[in-house]
Design a protein around this ligand. Structure first.
Ligand SMILES: N[C@@H](Cc1ccccc1)C(=O)O
Length: 516
């Protein structure tokens, strides 16, 4: 019988009396396990081998688990230090015992949260006692860790007796250690094969290797050889190693989706600099120069160059006048200093409303006639403190609508229409204050898992004091929404750092489907 090389090798390595695992065959034949698995399925189809499958659970120590297996669990170190300082007699100060146990950082928390649970003693108002009868040698978790560490190759089988290490301690202990992040459980499918009677017969009759081709190469094609060779068949059902390919980050995918939605609602995209003059970021928005958001604590200034070369002189003059005197008959300015040099300072933009003022001023694409709608989905930078809902940079969904007569109903209706496209139907509004809008509203949505209200944006109708110097004569309603917060509402994660930075949740990034 003629068979492809891999199948011949597998048949020769298999046996009629004992089941042989795919891994053992791979080792014996020097073929990759995927190739062996493929060949095994082919041979099973041909009736030459019988295949059995079972799911094995393997246990591996994490780095932290291995560290404790080699040394001691933090709670045991705490207990031993407590004993050594006489805490079995009378309570001793926690600080002293922690120091003596040489526990650092989060190991202190780990020790404290397991100490009383395991009966090593009590911790109460800064003092610790040690139970003289507790026995670290009988600590089931420590013993399970050392069984696993002895296993050496970490394949979940103890080397000495070939039995599963998992059987040597209870599932409660195993689950506890998994919760503590000291071990990882994984399931693998083990396939074993035996030769069938037909398989034995064919083997005895002698096998020949058929020259099959697994891959089409340029040489095969150009030389015309492809016409004569026999191609190996694909088995699309065979297990294969899983490769995690690159993919577009869900934040970027959602940004693209937001752009599609806004374009669908008739908006045009704005573009502009990440580093801009304070004039465009703040002054042209009627933001007083002594506003707290303009202090060096909040903004990322530029060291080189520090100032923009040029600002439109006439516009600067009008903006300055609005700041000093206000606009219109009853107008009131800020009565505070206004300095052009301050307006020329460069910084990373803290909002993309700088793009809106650039476009509204007519400097970007010329005078804009109503009705008009513009948007951007771009990065902004703020010197905030990092926490679960704040990053130093985030994406803002900026937008504005220019028309003759706009009201708060138009603003709210636009948000309802926009968010509904992402399945968010319960937007709430709260009156707010911005120097450049009147009225102003903050937007809130409900977090899908915690049920908490999450601030998702800020909006309003631009004031006369801002629009008049820019030369805009009709109404403009505008907003800045946080893309990351929209994502939180869509996918239910609670910490923005799950999708950003070194602590991000890779599984979430790999598996989340951006649907709309
Ligand atoms: N610039 C505001 C958003 C906003 C834009 C336009 C009008 C009103 C509000 C912010 O960053 O929070």
């Amino acid at each position: 019988m003629q068979l492809p090389a891999a199948q011949v090798a597998v048949l020769e390595a298999a046996n009629a009396d004992d089941a042989t695992s795919v891994d053992a065959i791979a080792e014996a034949t020097d073929l990759p396990p995927e190739t062996v698995t493929g060949a095994v399925f082919e041979l099973e189809d041909e009736g030459l081998v019988a295949v059995t499958e079972r799911v094995d659970e393997t246990i591996t120590l994490t780095d932290e688990g291995a560290e404790y297996a080699a040394g001691d669990l933090p709670e045991i170190r705490l207990y031993e230090a407590a004993l050594a300082s006489g805490a079995d007699d009378e309570p001793v100060s926690m600080g002293q015992v922690i120091g003596a146990a040489e526990l650092d950082g989060n190991q202190v928390d780990i020790a404290l949260s397991n100490y009383a649970r395991k009966g090593y003693g009590q911790i109460d108002s800064g003092e610790i006692t040690a139970d003289p009868d507790a026995d670290p040698d009988a600590d089931a978790e420590a013993n399970a860790l050392s069984v696993l560490a002895d296993d050496g190759d970490g394949d979940g089988e103890s080397d000495s007796d070939g039995e599963l290490a998992a059987d040597e301690f209870s599932t409660e202990i195993r689950d506890q250690l998994e919760r503590r992040g000291l071990l990882e459980l994984a399931e693998t499918t083990v396939r074993e094969i035996t030769l069938t009677d037909d398989g034995v017969t064919e083997l005895m009759a002698g096998l020949e290797t058929a020259e099959t081709v697994g891959q089409v190469t340029p040489e095969l094609l150009t030389g015309g050889e492809w016409e004569d060779v026999e191609f190996a068949e694909y088995n699309v059902e065979a297990d294969a190693e899983q490769f995690e390919g690159g993919r577009v980050h869900i934040l970027r995918q959602t940004a693209d989706r937001v752009k599609d939605v806004l374009v669908g609602m008739g908006f045009q995209e704005m573009e502009g600099p990440h580093v801009d003059a304070d004039f465009w970021i703040n002054d042209s928005l009627f933001m007083p120069q002594d506003h707290p958001a303009r202090t060096h604590w909040d903004r990322f200034a530029l060291e080189r160059p520090t100032h923009i070369d040029e600002l439109p002189a006439e516009l600067v003059e009008r903006v300055e006048r609005a700041h000093r005197e206000g606009v219109g008959e009853d107008g009131e300015g800020y009565h505070s200093p206004w300095d052009e040099d301050f307006a020329r300072a460069l910084a990373l933009r803290g909002h993309t409303t700088s793009l809106s003022t650039r476009y509204l001023s007519g400097r970007e694409i010329g005078e804009i006639e109503p009705p008009a709608r513009f948007f951007s989905v771009e990065k902004v930078y703020r010197n905030d403190t990092l926490d679960p809902t704040h990053l130093l940079e985030f994406f803002q969904i900026e937008g504005w609508v220019m028309a003759e007569d706009l009201s708060v109903r138009d603003l709210m209706g636009t948000f309802e229409e926009f968010y509904a496209q992402f399945g968010i139907e319960d937007i709430q509004f709260k009156p707010h204050y911005n120097p450049y809008t009147e009225p102003s509203f903050e937007l809130f949505g409900t977090h899908p898992t915690t049920g908490e209200l999450v601030e998702i944006g800020n909006s309003g109708i631009f004031r006369e004091e801002m629009l008049e110097p820019l030369g805009v004569e009709c109404d403009v309603m505008a907003w800045g929404l946080a893309l990351e917060r929209l994502l939180m509402l869509m996918y239910g994660f609670e910490d923005i750092r799950d999708i950003h930075g070194t602590l991000c949740d890779l599984e979430l990034l790999r598996e989340t489907e951006v649907t709309y």
